[in-house]
Write a protein that binds this ligand. Sequence first.
Ligand SMILES: *[C@@H]1O[C@H](CO)[C@@H](O)[C@H](O)[C@H]1NC(C)=O
Ligand SMILES: *[C@@H]1O[C@H](CO)[C@@H](O)[C@H](O)[C@H]1NC(C)=O
Ligand SMILES: *[C@@H]1O[C@H](CO)[C@@H](O)[C@H](O)[C@H]1NC(C)=O
Ligand SMILES: *[C@@H]1O[C@H](CO)[C@@H](O)[C@H](O)[C@H]1NC(C)=O
Length: 321
Amino acid sequence: RRNRYCTVLGVVSCSSFPLTCAGMLWMVLVLFMLPPHTCYAFCPGSCHCLHLGAVKCSGFSITDVPEHMPTFMFLLQLNGTKMEVMNEQSLANLNNLLRFSLTNSHLHTVHPHAFHVATQLKSLKLSSNDLSTIPARVFNIGMTNLTFLNLGRNCIKKLPTSIFHPLTHLQHLLLYNNELETLEPGMFDGLVNLKELKIHHNHITSLPAQVFWPLRNLKILSLSSNRLQVIPEKSFYYMPSLSYLTLYKNPMSSLPVQLMGHMPYIKTFHLFNTNLTTVPGNLFTNMSGLLTLHIQFNNKLQELPSDLFCYVQSHSVLQMG
Ligand SMILES: *[C@@H]1O[C@H](CO)[C@@H](O)[C@H](O)[C@H]1NC(C)=O
Ligand SMILES: *[C@@H]1O[C@H](CO)[C@@H](O)[C@H](O)[C@H]1NC(C)=O
Ligand SMILES: *[C@@H]1O[C@H](CO)[C@@H](O)[C@H](O)[C@H]1NC(C)=O
Ligand SMILES: *[C@@H]1O[C@H](CO)[C@@H](O)[C@H](O)[C@H]1NC(C)=O
């Protein structure tokens, strides 16, 4: 272990072996003159141990979190490994770890207790793997410090209704590029700190009414590239901080007359590649800050209500086609 080795060198005593002492001293001197991170040379194989406790590992020799990590490791990134299972002890004894990622690794199973030993985590990224399910109670252990969760680029088909409920401090929830077919009613309840929700590129055919209503601080919502036929009335009410919304590449043919709640900070709205034949005349009434609107490639869009753009700022960028 690097720490032990560094300490041993620090207390080397020369008194009993005067003849070898000179050589020893040289070695000690040389080691002390090297930059401090030289100690990280005692970092697990396949890993790079960077300054300030950041460790990055890759390679197919890795099948679980490597042992003998630096004590003050706060960040661990495993990428391109053969770690297909996160078991109960994978994250054990890494008490300083705040950011963990395991990506591009064919991870297919997360033990229901995998995070019981790492409740201190602030950021968890398991994107670009083979996850098709996540255990229902995997976060039910007071992971109240988790602010970032990325489960994108997996093959998740269904998520348990209450899976995110314990994550009351979550700010970023990324679920893009999965195979979700529905969102469960109430699944985002309690996520009052969420700023970013990305669910684009899934197979979602319908949205539960009011599913986004608890997200009062949401700024970014992506729903593009799904299979939405209809969008429930008032779906985007009670999101006064929303600044970015995408609905493009969905096959819906109409939008409800009441859809957008008061959202004065909305900047960007993407609504291209749909099957809309028209849009409600008041669609933008509550989107007073809109700067960029993409509404092109709506081949079935024949006509637009005459007063549609009355509320859009005159200097905004509008792309139609
Ligand atoms: C992670 O691994 C993938 C595939 O093994 C590779 O393409 C990608 O460049 C790696 N990313 C980083 C940041 O090392
Ligand atoms: C969350 O973070 C705070 C402040 O850094 C810390 O005191 C607390 O122990 C953390 N909670 C958990 C569950 O680790
Ligand atoms: C529009 O609807 C047709 C079938 O009615 C479908 O084939 C097409 O993919 C839809 N367009 C979009 C952009 O979803
Ligand atoms: C605009 O937002 C307000 C407050 O959220 C709501 O009462 C009103 O119905 C909305 N207008 C439209 C056209 O949806």
